[in-house]
Write a protein that binds this ligand. Structure first.
Ligand code: GAP
Length: 514
């Protein structure tokens, strides 16, 4: 646990030191769970968004984009169920006065059981070596089987209690599991209460007539209310999808996990409209497609798993999370939800407008069903960033900090370094920049010895360092250093564009999904 905490702290301080993520309004002591993205962070975030958009919109001829406003008519949230049901169960510790999500306390308890299972698996893998069969071990080792059963029973009871709004049983579960306040160790808990997560605001200059509005807690509803606009103007035929990226706002109860759980964050969502009755099929299709998108980035297959929901949201008939191994354990990264016709039907009811599709094949009108994929951009940022940050032991008994971001996502693709600040070397470096900057984000760095500049770019996540030296003056060649292997090679200046392109080209990376 202490190692996990240290690793996570290192991630947070590295993100600040290298211009990725800053606390919002830091000079005023910050705002809790609100963050700003710095000069590198904004590039990484944009590259992740582009990687998603290209995979979703450009590569699927039946998916189109949308950019709906953040403010929506207040009835939207009545229809979507957010006013009545977008609640989290909160619990306070009477001694420490700290507030928690009751379900997260229980889930964290189960995460500790999962960690015990992983420990047993690692121990056994060491003991049995190549002969180790993980699947068989998970099914036959009695201690591990008991742990799995225990975790399942707890989550199933939590799911049922939440589904039935039985908050007294959620508290009983916390007490039975002997869960203590992580801050103080106290087990002196209040009752569990529901808390609505939407932020309210006002529209209009006149206090008496101003309309109560909400900041949207998800981007999805902007897609639903525009379903017919897009379908008719684009003459879209089912099945088709509408994709959107944009800010969402939630007044989260627990906000102590950096950019994992924020009060202002960005979502990348896609609603796929389908014929009723085909939802099971499409659910499987999108689970697989989304997992392939994640795996294409090469962060390691073992770092992902599916978690099928016991407790279904009010709109869903099936739901699964893609979980990622964050520095604090496996947690939700993306949700895949079969939303039935809940949203469109409900908007029909509240707006009095038909939101139906005429299907020529079956010659009738119906409200389409919806399959949703929903991922937090900031959470994806954290997954990529935390997984990429490594401390490496080098052969000469030194260490280096390196941010091994997938090259396709790296904010800066290459740093151009003149060996000396004289003899015409900076001029050549600037010429290289003038050529490369049309295609890639590149930087110039002439400060300090070249070894220190390499280390700085390693920590910054820059995949290539290009060093200009005296030989460059004679034969128009430079040294290119690869961040991950630290290998260096001599190449013609004219070959640089091609080398960088091959490493960072989105097409090459996205092709791995096939
Ligand atoms: N439209 C469905 C929906 O919003 P959700 O599971 O509540 O579903 C989807 O959210 C994704 O949005 C999550 O998997 C997560 O990646 C991201 N997300 C949700 N709340 C967040 C928060 N407070 N901070 C950062 N990301 C969040």
């Amino acid at each position: 646990m202490a190692k996990q905490e240290d690793d996570f702290k290192r991630v947070i301080s590295h993100a600040k030191e290298y211009g990725y993520v800053f606390q919002s309004s830091e000079i005023y002591d910050g705002l809790s769970a609100i963050y700003d993205y710095g000069q590198n962070g904004v590039e990484l975030k944009k590259n992740i968004r582009d990687y998603w958009w290209k995979a979703m919109v450009q590569l699927n001829d039946n998916i189109v984009g949308l950019d709906a406003a953040i403010f929506m008519h207040p009835l939207t949230w009545k229809a979507s169920g957010h006013i009545d049901a977008f609640n989290d169960p909160l619990i306070d510790n009477k001694d420490s006065k700290k507030r928690y999500r009751a379900d997260v306390l229980v889930e964290d308890y189960v995460a500790k059981i999962d960690a015990k299972i992983e420990k047993e698996v690692n121990k056994a893998a060491k003991r049995f070596g190549d002969a180790f069969d993980k699947e068989q071990f998970l099914q036959t080792n009695q201690r591990v089987v008991d742990y799995q059963e225990q975790g399942k029973t707890i989550l199933s009871r939590l799911g049922k209690s939440l589904q039935n709004e039985d908050l007294a049983d959620v508290k009983a579960l916390i007490e039975e599991l002997d869960i203590a306040c992580p801050m103080s160790g106290s087990k002196n808990w209040t009752e569990v209460k529901q808390f609505n997560l939407m932020f309210g605001t006002k529209l209009g200059a006149n206090a008496e007539t101003a309309m109560d509005l909400f900041l949207r807690p998800e981007t999805a509803q902007g897609i639903f209310v525009n379903f017919l606009n897009v379908q008719k103007s684009g003459r879209m035929k089912l099945p088709f999808g509408i994709a959107q990226t944009g800010k969402a706002f939630r007044n989260e109860i627990v906000a102590r996990q950096f950019i994992f759980r924020m009060r202002e964050f960005e979502q990348m969502e896609m609603q796929f409209f389908i014929q009723p009755g085909t939802q099971k099929e499409w659910y499987e299709v999108w689970k697989e497609k989304r997992m392939k998108w994640h795996l294409s980035l090469g962060l390691g297959q073992d770092n992902y798993r599916f978690h099928d929901h016991e407790k279904l949201a009010h709109y869903a008939d099936a739901a699964s999370d893609i979980e990622f191994r964050f520095p604090f354990g496996f947690k939700e990264l993306e949700g895949i939800h079969s939303r039935t016709d809940f949203d469109l039907s409900s908007h029909e009811k509240f707006s009095g407008k038909k939101l139906q599709y005429f299907d020529h094949e079956v010659n009738k009108n119906y409200v389409p069903y919806v399959l949703e994929t929903s991922i937090g951009l900031d959470r994806m940022f954290l997954a990529v960033f935390s997984n990429s940050l490594k401390e490496e032991e080098l052969e000469n008994n030194t260490t280096r900090t390196v941010l091994k971001l997938p090259a396709v996502l790296a904010p800066v693709k290459a740093a151009i370094l003149p060996l000396l600040k004289k003899d015409g070397l900076p001029e050549i470096a600037h010429q290289i920049i003038d050529d490369l900057k049309w295609d890639f984000n590149v930087v110039y760095d002439e400060k300090d010895a070249v070894g220190r500049r390499y280390r700085r770019q390693d920590a910054n996540g820059t995949p290539f360092c290009i060093t200009v030296d005296h030989q460059s003056l004679e034969d128009q060649t430079v040294t290119i250093r690869h961040r991950d292997s630290m290998e260096q090679e001599r190449v013609a200046i004219s070959a640089l564009n091609g080398i960088i392109h091959d490493a960072v080209d989105m097409k090459t990376w996205l092709k791995k999904m096939e």
